[in-house]
Design a protein around this ligand. Structure first.
Ligand code: ATP
Ligand code: MG
Length: 406
């Protein structure tokens, strides 16, 4: 439970610096996040709850698919990056350490996950497998944007899979797309999020696949096939558009924000780390295929905010809102009742913000406004007036208020 009398929340009265879009402005204004420097944010109690809700939906679907959660290191020794030749990637933060050691603050985790999994993947029986973690990533982005869209420090879910059979890899890769579809549906952006064909980059001659949420201020241009609705990042459309799946030439051109990206890595990382296994005939084989699968958790907080923002506040979907219930208590004498009710709601797995601010802030108008600003779907009022009427007032989003027994 978040008890507001214990946390000095003061929503900002003026436009905060460094916000050039509505949702960033609202996230800063209503104390979800605080800017530490360009591209770097702290999450405050209200904002952290939103971030955790998004994170937990992603985690649940990863676990449902039987991928294994781990938590890998944030810093990695330079020697690992020397093996893949990526130490001088332009986004990398380097940390000089004692002696003559140097570490990375990780922008991605292939250089950690491959040496780690190499120890476990000894026999053909150990394949296929997939691990994931949810952790901050650090990238010295030149294009850091205000807000959570493109940070220098951001929260990502990244998964890595290991395979020894091409066909099995392809099936797995396709199945991850289905998991992603489910995740974006649960995050309420499903109907505007498109699987999008993109460049494979340095990793593969094949395509990679992005998941792009259509937003007027998104950074990417995508061509959506009018016939089968497959998206194509502008970077893979040279000349005239022809859909890579159904050959249609008709498209809608939209701006979108990339919320996920999946890549076939082939043997790009397993080779340099010499990942090998013994096959059925007890022979050593050195061909291990990998895939990697990212979701931008903190970027999604911005995307969902942008997607559901009104001019004045963010109307969070119920499963993502900072709390399911907001209890407004009027009058010191009623705090005990409010605590009891909060306890009861929490025992039913509801989440509660208890607005027990007294003194100057013990004013219905202020409390009701904050409840609305934070987009909480259920508002409860306990006041001398509601008690006179027989209990507390419950106002559910989109419905008429009712009086419920305490
Ligand atoms: P982009 O193309 O946007 O630069 P990327 O392709 O380098 O991102 P990945 O390494 O595939 O990104 O990361 C997986 C996901 O993490 C992306 O799909 C995106 O949602 C998110 N992400 C990437 N970079 C950032 C960033 N600087 N700030 C916030 N989220 C990010
Ligand atoms: Mg990308």
């Amino acid at each position: 439970m978040l008890q507001l009398s214990n946390f000095p929340i003061n929503t900002l009265k003026s436009t905060p610096n460094g916000s050039d879009n509505t949702s960033t402005w609202l996230l800063l204004q209503w104390w979800y996040i605080r800017q530490e420097m360009a591209g770097v944010y702290s999450f405050l109690p209200i904002g952290l709850r939103v971030l955790r809700n998004i994170e937990n939906i992603v985690r649940e679907e990863m676990d449902n698919a039987w991928y294994h959660e781990v938590l890998m290191s944030v810093i990695t020794d330079k020697s690992s990056w020397d093996i893949t030749g990526r130490w001088n990637m332009d986004v990398m933060f380097h940390v000089p350490a004692h002696d003559d050691k140097q570490y990375s603050i990780n922008p991605t985790n292939e250089e950690t996950v491959v040496p780690m999994m190499k120890e476990f993947l000894q026999s053909y029986k150990d394949y296929p497998t997939c691990v994931y973690h949810i952790q901050k990533k650090f990238r010295n982005e030149k294009r850091a944007k205000s807000g959570l869209l493109r940070g220098r420090e951001f929260l990502m879910k990244d998964a890595y899979s290991f395979h020894i059979d091409d066909e099995e890899f392809s099936d797995f890769y396709e199945s991850v797309k289905q998991v992603y579809v489910k995740i974006f549906e649960r995050l309420w952006v499903g109907s505007d999020t498109y699987e999008t064909v993109a460049d494979g980059g340095d990793f593969t001659d094949k395509y990679s696949h992005e998941f792009q949420t259509v937003l007027p201020i998104g950074e990417d241009d995508i061509y959506i096939c009018s016939w089968c609705r497959l998206g194509h990042n502008k970077e893979v459309v040279q000349g005239d558009f022809v859909c890579t799946r159904c050959d249609s030439k008709e498209f809608d051109l939209k701006q979108a924000s990339e919320v996920g990206n999946i890549f076939p890595l082939e043997t790009k990382f397993s080779k340099p780390f010499e990942v090998e296994y013994t096959d059925k005939d007890n022979k050593m084989v050195d061909r291990v295929l990998m895939g990697c699968y990212g979701i931008g958790i903190s970027r999604l907080m911005w995307v969902i905010a942008e997607y559901s923002a009104t001019e004045k506040w963010i109307l969070w979907p119920e499963s993502i809102a900072p709390a399911s219930h907001y209890i407004i208590v009027i009058g010191e004498d009623n705090i005990e009742n409010a605590f009891e009710l909060a306890g009861k709601l929490e025992s039913e797995w509801k989440t509660v913000i208890l607005d027990d601010r007294m003194g100057r802030k013990d004013w219905f108008g202020q409390k009701a406004a904050d409840c609305e600003l934070w987009g909480i779907p259920n508002r409860i009022v306990i006041s001398p007036k509601t008690l006179e009427q027989g209990g507390y007032e419950l106002l559910q989003r989109g419905q008429e208020p009712t009086i419920e027994k305490l």
